[in-house]
Design a binder for this molecule. Sequence first.
Ligand code: NAP
Ligand code: HSE
Length: 427
Amino acid sequence: MQVIRVGMLGLGTVGRGVYKILTGNQDNITSKVGATVEITRILVRDLSRPRPVKIDPDLLTDNPADIIESPEIDIVVEVMGGLEPTLDYVLTALKNGKSVVSANKDMVAMYGRELFAAARESGVDFLFEGSVGGGIPIIRPLKVCLAANRIQEIMGIINGTTNYMLTKMTREGSDYQQVLAEAQQMGYAEADPSADVGGLDAARKLAILASIAFNTRVTLNDVYVEGIEKIGAQDIAYANELGYIVKLLGIAKETAEGIEARVHPCFVPHHHPLASVNDVFNAIFVRGDAVGEAMFYGRGAGELPTGSAVAGDVLDAARNRLRGTCGINCTCYEQKMIKSIDQINSRYYIRLNVQDRPGVLASIAYAFGDKEVSLATVLQKHTRGEQAEIVLITHQVRERNLQDSLKLVQQLSSVYTISNVIRVEGE
Ligand code: NAP
Ligand code: HSE
């Protein structure tokens, strides 16, 4: 029986999952691949750290050359994360003819072009199913099963931490700071939660999805990003009253004017399939011209779910090596225009804190009308003394016009604050 030798860079959360799956399911994997897939070396930072997985200490090394330069290794599994020194290690491994499997969305979202070029040069695989949606199969479905479609739209809940927080805020009426502290206690949010709550984690994943969906290189810098930091309990309550639920969505659309790639909180109608995706679960809704609507749902993070996606890629790369071939490389053969946020069309929810006196609503409506922003719903509630809270939902309007109208509204002496503006999607 032939042996395919795997070297791992990292033995943290995902690395442990990969190790458990590849060693625990070995018989099954051998039958499926037609060779033994063996983990022969694992790079860690700290050799003395106790490991919560039973492992032969001789497998561990703190010298990357033992893996990326070793002629023994066929496949490198990169699960150490970050850009430095990871990118160098991965490029070296590819240059040395090793297939590479990675779950590193930071690296793929920024350096996809370079990674694919290095893999193509060596005639090996660079696979990254675990980088988006944890255990949910989405990269391969887009590249293979849906390849004959023209993808029109992808809308996804692709960050579990923020989905957990928004679900809690919706169910319990709790405020942002309270649920963030709970998410940290539960181990969902990191000690520094800024990449999750600020939308950056989702933006990296969206850049990867958009690149594949539209065959155009979309990097992290092309994605418009807003996080959930400004979402208040009031916004969640208004959403509910108006028939919506608040979700942090990654949205990629192809329109006649170009590609949209954006991550921001959204009002999503209660009846939309993404509205019922709760807690740490992720879901990716895809619309293709042939398949219509399809949704991929599951656990977007964690040891075994992400390990499942990474191990699946290892099997794929192993089969390809046995056949002396490699799978699909870069699919970015087009260079479509990427729109700026000013150019998108959306409906908007706007919450204002205003003076409660005659004529105020008329002056606000006039300011919106002046920039051709048409209002669909107006609510006035929570009047306190001289102050009232007004909530508006607009019809579809260009973002540029909305922003211009908000500048006029802000200048009105009767408007104290524009408390929040949230896009309405999925109608
Ligand atoms: P982690 O728990 O922090 O593990 C990182 C591992 O890499 C550790 O074993 C660490 O060694 C090792 N490492 C880090 N820097 C190193 C260096 N410079 N030299 C040698 N070893 C180094 O990370 P993780 O959560 O498993 O995430 C790994 C990757 O998967 C990241 O790209 C992440 O974005 C991605 N991902 C994670 C999840 C998830 O649920 N966690 C889901 C999807 C994708 P020590 O053990 O000695 O410290
Ligand atoms: N931090 C991510 C999330 C998991 O909360 O979904 C890793 O991709």
